[in-house]
Unconditional design. Structure first.
Length: 117
């Protein structure tokens, strides 16, 4: 069954769902940075303080949220989402009980990459 505007709705829902995830993570990490420090790669914590890295990453996530919600050049935003989520999983193999969800979210970002606006 063909529904008019269906591809636009799918595109919108993928963007909003990814924006929600990144937005929640950004807000939570700004409010409770100590809860997120363990997810920072150790090679980076030798360069900058872990709490500083968490704040920098939260700003990156907020920018990504804005980009997703604006809806322009979403394929590039989708690639950044995939790389970010993939990087989180790869850099935190010890936390797979938590980060396994990021694999599904990365696939949603891949779907956004291929979705027609």
């Amino acid at each position: 069954m063909k529904i008019p505007g269906r591809s636009q709705l799918v595109h919108f829902l993928l963007r909003v769902s990814l924006a929600f995830v990144f937005g929640y993570a950004a807000l939570s990490s700004l409010l409770h940075p100590l809860a997120w420090i363990g997810f920072m790669p150790t090679f980076l914590t030798h360069i900058l303080a872990a709490e500083t890295l968490v704040k920098i990453f939260a700003v990156y996530e907020v920018l990504l949220v804005g980009w997703l919600l604006i809806g322009r050049y979403t394929r590039y935003a989708a690639v950044l989402c995939m790389l970010t989520l993939g990087g989180i999983v790869i850099m935190n193999p010890h936390a797979l009980l938590i980060t396994f969800r990021d694999i599904g979210l990365a696939i949603a970002a891949l779907a956004l990459f291929f979705a027609e606006p």
